[in-house]
Write a protein that binds this ligand. Structure first.
Ligand code: ZN
Length: 491
């Protein structure tokens, strides 16, 4: 009885959450512009229902009643996760949750208008309100480490104590590697991939590649949106992409990236995906799957060898006359740029570390919001050797802070680190990944990932999952080794 009650209660929460995701997907793919206010009201009602359901006394009762009766390991894992989230949510006053939703929604609209004009004067007072709420929320947990309370929302069980030494080492090494591997002339390096490919052809390439990596079209679909994303789980997983007429890599790599997220969702445990420990492990692990397909597979030499001629064919020969090697080099161009989402594998993590270091200080209260614009530029110059010419290309480039997301950025870098570590572990056990790609065995690779990562969902915390999947604790060394091995050969 208590067992049934537990599963039906959390199943219901999951079902409402699925509806929310579909509404969000629809907003980004189909909804007419005029629908945004009406949609916001639906969102707000559903979010309130979910929050009330998660934090109600009844939820506590249901969890604790089932705790004594847990029979299986999955039961115990679900209880652990349900309790963790319940107890955390209970610590945050509802009024703060509502306040965050409200100021974040306003600040996001302000940001959209202000960003293209680098209008930091309009933006900062709003950002300050977001930061104030986040500071208050962060102090609902361990007051000594407020940032950890925020980080834990996105990467449970990972703390600044774990990240600090890791990121410090990564930063110091990357600064050296960037100088070593960066190309002299960016325009020149990108020439081989600046070709016109029609939207129809890009669509064909995307569908072809999703099939190759094992995306199940009976349980998923592809659409177009301004910012590519993945939504849904198990039997209804939707990815989006975007098309840029003269730059195929934009859709090519976003399809592989979102495909990695989607394959993860399609391969969670069928019996458990609706319950607390059955969902994806963390944002970092999620990102490891997307970056695995985008970078480790998609930007590998094996991938170019296997697919370049096919891509050329599907592009109506847009790459005629381009040597395979030049294509491979071009998609791996290393060059420090101002924009995080355009960054290559070598520079990317420095963008994250800059944000991570700043966020920690902002939440702690050591950096005032008014000081962010200049401090950002200073730190950027220190890390990359160049200074953003505008605030649009500086601290205003990402939506995250405006949207109330601090503690989120580190998960992108964790994704890179996890992915490289998983690669190393698979290669130790089987053969180099390039063999999988060259021999058309990406389906087998998907099975390995399903066995090592996907099916466990949140059964283990991310650090334990990585330990179990790779035989080692999380470390930055595999990522650095991966970069060195790959880019030495590109010099
Ligand atoms: Zn992603």
């Amino acid at each position: 009885m208590d067992k049934e009650r537990f599963y039906s209660h959390f199943g219901e929460i999951h079902n409402i959450f699925e509806v929310l995701q579909i509404l969000d997907w629809d907003q980004q793919v189909y909804m007419p512009k005029g629908g945004s206010e009406q949609r916001a009201e639906s969102f707000s009602t559903l979010s309130k229902i979910i929050h009330e359901k998660i934090t109600s006394e009844k939820t506590g009762e249901i969890i604790y009643a089932f705790e004594k009766l847990a029979e299986t390991d999955w039961d115990r894992a679900h209880i652990r996760e349900a309790k963790r989230s319940y107890e955390k949510q209970k610590k945050i006053p509802t009024q703060l949750i509502q306040e965050r939703a409200k100021v974040a929604s306003i600040t996001q609209s302000v940001w959209e208008e202000a960003k293209p004009k680098s209008d930091y004067k309009t933006f900062l007072p709003h950002l300050k309100k977001v930061v104030d709420v986040l500071k208050e929320i962060s102090r609902c947990g361990d007051e000594q480490n407020p940032y950890d309370f925020l980080l834990d929302d996105y990467e449970p069980y990972i703390t600044t104590k774990i990240l600090d030494p890791l990121f410090e080492n990564l930063k110091n090494e990357l600064k050296i590697l960037i100088q070593k591997y960066k190309v002299k002339n960016l325009e020149e390096s990108l020439k081989p991939i600046k070709r016109n490919v029609s939207k129809e052809n890009q669509e064909k390439i995307g569908i072809f590649l999703l099939n190759e990596i094992g995306f199940d079209f009976d349980r998923g679909r592809v659409d177009v949106s301004v910012h590519p994303f993945t939504s849904g789980t198990m039997n209804d997983v939707r990815v989006t992409t975007r098309y840029s007429d003269d730059f195929l890599p934009a859709s090519l790599f976003s399809i592989l990236h979102e495909g990695g997220h989607a394959i993860y969702e399609q391969n969670l445990d069928k019996e458990n995906f609706k319950y607390p420990a059955g969902e994806s492990c963390s944002l970092g692990i999620h990102e490891s799957q997307s970056r695995f397909y985008e970078n480790i597979i998609g930007r590998s030499r094996g991938f170019s060898e296997k697919y370049f001629s096919k891509i050329n064919k599907l592009s109506s020969n847009a790459f005629e006359g381009i040597a395979l090697d030049d294509f491979y080099r071009a998609i791996n161009t290393v060059y420090p740029t101002f924009i995080r989402i355009e960054a290559d594998e070598v520079t990317y993590n420095l963008h994250i570390i800059l944000r991570y270091e700043l966020e920690k200080k902002i939440i702690k209260g050591d950096v005032k919001v008014d000081d962010i614009p200049d401090l950002w530029n200073e730190k950027f110059e220190e890390l990359f050797g160049i200074k953003p010419p505008t605030f649009e290309k500086g601290f205003m480039q990402d939506v995250h802070w405006a949207a109330g997301l601090m503690g989120y950025f580190p998960t992108y870098s964790l994704g890179n680190l996890y992915a490289a570590q998983i690669k190393r572990a698979i290669e130790k056990e089987t053969t180099p990944l390039s063999d999988f790609v060259k021999n058309g065995k990406l389906g087998d690779l998907k099975e390995i990932l399903r066995n090592k990562i996907h099916r466990f969902g949140r059964f283990y915390p991310s650090n334990e999952l990585i330990q179990k999947a790779t035989g080692e604790p999380l470390s930055e060394t595999h990522y650095l080794d991966y970069l060195k091995e790959k880019y030495e050969n590109l010099l």
